[in-house]
Design a protein around this ligand. Structure first.
Ligand code: M6R
Length: 610
């Protein structure tokens, strides 16, 4: 993970780099650093902990010059201490690195044999050693970068600057994202467009094993062999406002409250609101033709995106009536999956950069499967590699805990299920209309749920006294229970398990006593009576029940310590409204406990390493 910012241009780099790193802090936040070529010498400052510590350290520091690099770290090799923070400097070379150098032990051994003085425990510093060793022979930064690229194996994106050459910045990558922002006589090299969107809207996305050479006011893109590449300049129309909190205490809270708009935006391109029908938009291929041919769907994703995929399985199997498998990307990529002909592999990834999901889509392509990606970030690596594309269209999601991307994805999965069913002649216009109307009602239903926030806050204030949590649900509510448990774990650091309510009697009932909270997602659907029976079993053993049900469900209410009411929705859209109280309860509990909601410990938003 980690966030990288490089700047070369007429302005002083300090504020541009720090400002950019603030936008990337979601990628890692255990240490940070900056280096600038200042009066012909490298001036480097690093600090352990959050970016704020670095800011405090350099607040009255002056950095002359026009070239600088900065980094916010999520530790892979070496503890999160200042000595391991980036930039790493060896001689006149400074680098920042995102990723993992897999052959670092070999490189380290070689360097130690030659008497190199290695100051950190990182794999990254070794790259600076290799370039510094090489440049003393070549006196040419580009050549030394090319030579070094031949020696390193792994997943990396790296920025390099050389004290002797203050108008030259080189970047190269094989794995984690790297994007070049092109401004008026100035250049930005960043891990995410958010870090430079304030300065430019023009970006070039690098592919693996490409090198960017910015030198004396111009930029060249090169292959590893040195061939000049013609790259497309993409205009990104995000506004800088999207990455501000806009008065909310946390990005996560803002993003929870943005969900009604996010869902409306996600579905808008696919719905004819006059006829209440779903449009068969061309999304990279002839949608109807392709959906007619497929006979199996595989969903691949990680974390919250995986739970969205699980909802997708229920929707597609029941609406389009074709078999669906779901896989966690890190399992799929190594389990030697069998992908029969006419399989559609759908990857879901908010960031579009998750390493395991990316590997999974590459594997699917090798097997000849058709691929479709659902991402939030257009032009991200997964989006670029997929044959077909759907977009969550939620705007930037900054909070590490995913919220609006999840619900936007659920709305797209409703659309997708209808599209597949429609292409295969398997859905009646009445059912299609019913699903579309249900989707169109979601934004206002979400608004209603959000207006109950004070009750969720009140419920949350009681949750801290429990020793553990079981989140239960059946059918489409089961993945929502899993998502609720994940939100509680990642934000409030409390142990929570998501379970299919019917599985309780096969083991988890043994855990139940009065210190165990049972959070149940139980909207009024076909399975509600069965869920209530499962709750009776838990209640009889002393479990305290917090339930989320539709309207005034007297049976559910009478057995619950807290009953949280949802507006009535269709079974296909229940998950979209039911997840909101779970998001808010975890948010409030974490906030009451004084935890950093937007940057939970040990996590990063975009997981670009295995
Ligand atoms: O960017 P992606 O959707 O591929 O990310 C997948 C997971 O890393 C992500 O959903 C993670 O589980 C979130 N922190 C959950 O809130």
């Amino acid at each position: 993970m980690c966030g990288i910012v490089g700047y070369l241009g007429p302005q002083e780099p300090k504020n541009i780099i720090i400002d950019g790193l603030k936008k990337l802090e979601y990628r890692g936040y255990d240490s940070a650093g900056i280096a600038v070529i200042h009066d012909g010498k490298t001036k480097r400052v690093r600090a352990e902990g959050k970016l704020k510590n670095l800011e405090d350290k350099i607040v009255s520091e002056h950095f002359n010059g026009h070239l600088g690099i900065g980094h916010t770290r999520w530790a892979t090799h070496g503890a999160p201490v200042e000595r391991n923070a980036h930039p790493h400097q060896v001689g006149e070379i400074s680098i920042v690195h995102n990723g993992i150098i897999e052959n670092y032990l070999e490189i380290k051994e070689e360097l130690l044999k030659k008497g190199a003085e290695i100051k950190s425990d990182t794999d990254s510093e070794l790259v600076a050693h290799l370039i510094w060793e090489d440049i003393q022979k070549t006196h040419n930064l580009l050549q030394s970068v090319k030579n070094t690229l031949n020696k390193i194996v792994g997943a990396f994106s790296i920025l390099v600057m050389w004290e002797k050459s203050p108008n030259e910045l080189i970047a190269f990558k094989d794995g984690p994202p790297l994007i070049v922002g092109i401004g008026e006589k100035e250049f930005f090299v960043v891990s995410d467009v958010q870090a430079a969107i304030k300065h430019t809207k023009k970006f070039v996305y690098l592919n693996d094993r490409e090198i960017v050479h910015i030198n004396n006011g111009s930029v060249q893109f090169l292959s590893q062999k040195g061939d000049v590449l013609k790259k497309e300049i993409v205009t990104v129309d995000w506004s800088a406002d999207q990455v501000e909190k806009m008065g909310y205490k946390h990005f996560m809270l803002k993003e929870i409250y943005e969900q009604p708009r996010a869902v409306a935006q996600a579905i808008a391109p696919y719905i004819d609101t006059d006829t209440h029908s779903v449009l068969m938009k061309n999304i990279g291929y002839d949608t109807a033709e392709m959906y007619k041919k497929i006979d199996r769907v595989f969903f691949i994703a990680c974390g919250t995106s995986y739970y969205a995929a699980m909802v997708g399985k229920y929707l597609i199997e029941q609406i389009a009536k074709i078999p669906v498998e779901t896989d966690i990307a890190s399992e799929f990529r190594y389990r030697k999956p069998i992908l029969p002909e006419n399989t559609l592999v759908i990857t879901i990834s908010q960031s579009g950069e998750t390493a395991d999901t990316l590997a999974a889509i590459r594997l699917a392509k090798e097997h000849g499967a058709k691929t479709l990606s659902i991402t939030n970030v257009a032009h991200s690596t997964i989006d670029r590699e997929a044959m077909g594309h759907m977009y969550m269209n939620t705007g930037v999601e900054v909070g590490v805990a995913s919220t609006k991307a999840f619900t936007s994805t659920l709305s797209l999965l409703n659309i997708l299920a209808v599209q597949i069913a429609k292409a295969r002649g398997g859905i009646s216009p009445v059912s299609e209309k019913e699903i579309v109307k249900a989707l169109l009602a979601v934004p206002s239903q979400m608004e209603t749920v959000l207006s109950y926030d004070k009750y969720f806050n009140e419920a949350a204030s009681k949750l801290g006294e429990f020793k553990g949590f079981l989140y239960l649900g059946r059918g489409v509510s089961f993945p929502i229970a899993l998502e609720g448990a994940l939100k509680l774990k990642e934000l409030a650091y409390m142990h929570a398990e998501g379970y299919a309510a019917g599985e309780m009697k096969h083991g988890p009932l043994a855990l139940i006593d009065e210190k165990m909270a049972i959070v149940v997602v139980a909207p009024s659907d076909d399975l509600i009576d069965k869920t209530i029976s499962n709750l009776q079993e838990a209640k009889a053993r002393g479990g305290k029940i917090i339930s989320i049900g539709t309207g005034e469900n007297a049976a559910l209410k009478s057995m619950s310590e807290f009953y949280l009411s949802l507006p009535a929705a269709l079974w296909t859209t229940n998950p979209l409204v039911a997840v909101v109280p779970l998001q808010l309860m975890s948010y409030h509990l974490a906030d009451h406990l004084g935890y950093d909601v937007d940057q939970p410990r040990n996590l990063a938003k975009s997981v670009t390493v295995e």
